[in-house]
Write a protein of this length. Structure first.
Length: 199
């Protein structure tokens, strides 16, 4: 009962967000709904999935397209060293730049997106990557600094080939979206049996 109340207060009214986040551990869907209404983004498109542990230093300088998945990343639009350097030199510095995530972008866990970067469309940033330069459309990058691993078409072909080889392919094709609670128990059972046949 209190989960629903806290969710309502946070998502609908922008109230008691810290308490909701700490006690209820909102889903990415609920967190994205909250961010869409109260996050202060320059733009936050439709069909997005943002994990609650993702960090945006300057949402008002962050533009997020449609179908963007951010799985616990750090997105920075300013260089914090500017204040320290300014203090050291007795000057005032400001270094800010927008981050633009185009449509159909996936940002993996622990990735860091630096100021002034544009990503996608149809781009994937691997987990832990540090992205300091633009990621062209249809590109998969990984590493520190992030480098091209392969193109989107090649990546999609690998995903398709892998899916074709799984005995649960028909379940995947029948589900709604990326997660369907109705088929999840059967899907989990099939995956465990496939990967751990000796158990």
């Amino acid at each position: 009962m209190y989960n629903k109340l806290l969710r309502h207060l946070a998502v609908e009214r922008g109230k008691m967000v810290r308490l909701w986040k700490r006690l209820c551990r909102p889903s990415a869907e609920d967190w994205t709904a909250y961010l869409k209404r109260h996050g202060g983004f320059h733009r936050l498109g439709d069909n997005c999935f943002i994990m609650p542990d993702s960090v945006f230093t300057d949402p008002y300088l962050t533009s997020i397209g449609n179908n963007v998945w951010i799985v616990g990343a750090w997105v920075a639009c300013h260089d914090g060293s500017a204040v320290m350097a300014g203090n050291a030199l007795g000057k005032k510095f400001d270094t800010v730049a927008p981050v633009i995530l185009h449509n159909d972008v996936f940002i993996g866990r622990g990735a860091i997106i630096l100021p002034g970067v544009s990503i996608g469309p149809r781009a994937i940033v691997g987990a832990g990557a540090v992205v300091g330069k633009d990621v062209p459309p249809d590109t998969i990058v990984a590493g520190n600094p992030a480098r091209k691993v392969r193109g989107f078409a090649e990546h999609a072909a690998k995903l398709s080939a892998r899916t074709e080889g799984y005995p649960w392919k028909l379940l995947i094709e029948s589900r709604e979206g990326g997660y369907d609670p109705m088929i999840e128990p059967e899907l989990r059972h099939m995956r465990v049996a496939y990967f751990f046949p000796e158990d």
